[in-house]
Write a protein that binds this ligand. Structure first.
Ligand code: NAI
Ligand code: MG
Length: 354
């Protein structure tokens, strides 16, 4: 297959780990006879320095014509003083919104070699393998009005969704459950919120189209508890923007290190933006010690979700697992009796294991 891939390294360690994803993808393309063409563009602080804006028009254009996008991370102390509408983060929010990437997918699956790196007991996280699907372009983070009133002494934020916005994310969740373990947990606060009651209605209607998937409704507070006490009870979780933001950070604790976690933001036609969950790590940037695995695993998600290359994706995941089993790890991971390596060496180990 022939694919056009946009690379947006961004700032800090984003620039150091992007190359790791690229060489791994090149190795996979070579092995499977695919042709991946890479085009690099500026976003975030890097774009502010070059173009005076965190999201240049030419970056948007390039992304609109791409099959998929890989992003490192944006931001850092260098741009802390710039005006709010020009901050590096605006580049990221802007590209997600412009491309209509409404579904944020975060797989949370612990690697065997890292089970002891989580603060949660091994026997509890042992069999957990969860896909959290968060609505990304609606809800409280975008609802209007959102403002101070009464001379700043009162405030309003708005939780607003249309049925259509709910339908597309819930469809995405059912489709994802169908190709996994066919169990969907829909998370809401239907005992209190009207938006959650419509959400439940839509889930019930959609359930008729997916009779092979079992559905359960769970209140968000109960879900927060169960994620930590019995994570293996979940397969796919779908929820609105705010609940998903909180639950996905909570669930990341199951896997050990922030540097390991990939994420995907996609829309219905398969186009997606893939990025590690972590930021630009200014404290370690430029030292060559950043963990490249979250970025490499994001590239694997791109193959799986945007290109339908399941075999290629799992080959990358297996190679990462092999490296960890062999004891190789970057400084952010505490592995008993491990061999500590830098970004470049870790990437080379993944390539060797492919
Ligand atoms: P961070 O994720 O950059 O760093 C948190 C801690 O984790 C640091 O100690 C860092 O060294 C470590 N860390 C993160 N990723 C690592 C990796 N791959 N390998 C080894 N260690 C790693 O979060 P922080 O410090 O809150 O934010 C730093 C900057 O990044 C800020 O400007 C923030 O706005 C931005 N940021 C950007 C994100 C994005 O582009 N998606 C997401 C989160 C933060
Ligand atoms: Mg968050």
């Amino acid at each position: 297959m022939n694919k056009q891939i946009i690379l947006l390294p961004g700032d800090g360690i984003g620039r150091e780990i992007m190359d790791s994803a690229k060489v791994v993808l090149q190795a996979v393309a070579h092995e499977y006879g695919h042709s991946f063409t890479f085009h690099q563009h500026a976003i975030g602080g890097d774009a502010i320095d070059q173009y005076g804006t965190p999201l240049p028009e030419e970056t948007i254009q390039a992304c609109q014509n791409a099959d998929a996008i890989l992003l490192g991370a944006v931001g850092g102390p260098k741009w802390d003083q710039v005006a709010v509408h020009l901050r590096p983060e605006r580049g990221l929010l802007g590209i997600r919104k412009t491309l209509g990437l409404f579904a944020n997918l975060r797989p949370v699956k612990g690697f065997q070699a890292l089970l002891h790196a989580s603060p949660i007991k091994e026997e509890i996280i042992q069999d957990s393998d969860i896909l959290i699907i968060r609505e990304l372009t609606g809800g409280l983070y975008f609802g209007q009005p959102s403002e101070r009133r009464d001379n700043g002494n009162a405030v309003v934020d708005t939780l607003s969704y249309t049925r259509e916005e709910m339908e597309r994310i819930i469809d995405k969740a059912f489709e994802s459950a169908r190709i996994r373990n066919k169990h969907l947990t829909s998370v809401d606060k239907a005992n209190v919120l009207e938006s959650s009651r419509l959400w439940r209605e839509v889930v019930e209607e959609k359930a008729k189209d997916y009779p092979d998937v079992t559905v359960e409704h769970m209140l968000v507070d109960a879900c927060a508890m169960k994620l930590i006490t019995n994570p293996s009870a979940f397969d796919v979780i779908v929820t609105e923007n705010l609940f998903g933001d909180i639950l996905s950070d909570e669930a990341s604790v199951l896997t050990g290190s922030l540097g390991m976690l990939p994420s995907a933001s996609v829309r219905s036609d398969g186009v997606g933006l893939y990025e590690p969950v972590h930021g630009t790590a200014p404290d370690i940037a430029g030292k060559g010690i950043a963990n490249p695995l979250g970025m490499i695993l994001s590239a694997a998600l791109m193959l799986r979700f945007s290109f339908g290359m399941e075999e290629e994706a799992s080959e990358i995941e297996k190679a990462v697992n092999e490296c960890l089993e062999q004891g190789y790890h970057t400084a952010d991971l505490r592995i008993k009796d491990g061999i500590q390596v830098g970004t470049k060496e870790m990437t080379d180990k993944v390539l060797e294991n492919l």
